[in-house]
Design a binder for this molecule. Structure first.
Ligand code: SAH
Length: 222
């Protein structure tokens, strides 16, 4: 065994981080700002229990309430596809573990994130506070309705699959705004769609096949 270089901790954190970033680049995450956001936010903080040792692998993992934390490369590709500017206000639907929201918070001015499970929202809020991510506003509710009081948004990201891009959310997008949403049946492969709102209407682009848990209307009873 060689000694880790000066400044490195002996548990291999630096090497693990390098491997994590290498996986992201290999999957097509090339935007330097997105990579540095994902270097900064430790995914290990968002994964618990028996799955914690796989936090840096490029796989989705189970979280509480029967939900999943997305695969890091998908988080990276979705974030990159959003083309976030530093003055943007972003709406995320499906807080889950809070990992995606934390990455968004490194790039945007403010992030609103909505989750239908109170338990998940509460745990994510505690993590945001612990990590000093004070620009994230975390709310419990039915995200398929968006947040009419805060609308319109520069960017919207939906991290659960809808059968169609939700009209209510589209109406809460600014002109020039971008929405990323997985579209399709929840038990099949879905398509990741980028919607750009122009003066004259909406432009749709299909980005890649993905698999997400379904967007479910209403709040959960927990
Ligand atoms: N972005 C998350 C992964 C989300 S998994 C992360 O980084 O960990 C999808 C999440 O969407 C689940 O937590 C699920 O409860 C939530 N969800 C599904 N339908 C919803 C709705 N209508 N409103 C708000 N959240 C919803």
């Amino acid at each position: 065994m060689t000694r880790p270089p000066e400044g490195d901790d002996s548990d291999g954190t630096a090497e693990r981080k390098m491997r994590f970033l290498f996986q992201l680049r290999s999957a097509g995450v090339t935007d330097a700002r997105v990579l540095s956001a994902m270097e900064r936010i430790d995914r290990g903080r968002f994964v618990r229990g028996i799955f914690a040792d796989r936090a840096y692998a490029d796989v989705p993992l189970p979280i509480a309430c029967g939900q999943t934390i997305s695969q890091p490369s998908i988080v990276g590709l979705m974030t990159q596809a959003l083309r976030i500017g530093p003055r943007d206000t972003v709406l995320e639907i499906g807080t889950g573990s809070g990992y995606q929201a934390a990455v968004l918070a490194c790039l945007a001015r403010r992030v609103y994130t909505v989750e239908r499970h109170r338990q998940l929202a509460r745990e994510a809020q505690a993590l945001f506070a612990d990590l000093g991510l004070s620009t994230i506003v975390s709310l419990v509710g039915d995200g398929s309705r968006g947040l009419p009081d805060q609308a319109p948004f520069d960017r919207i990201i939906v991290t659960a699959a809808a059968e169609d891009p939700p009209g209510t959310l589209l109406s809460q997008l600014k002109i020039g705004g971008i929405m990323i949403v997985p579209v399709g049946q929840s038990d099949a492969v879905q398509s990741l769609i980028r919607v750009t709102r122009h003066e004259s209407g909406f432009e749709y682009e299909e980005l890649r096949p993905v698999r997400f848990v379904p967007l479910i209307e209403g709040t959960a009873n927990d």
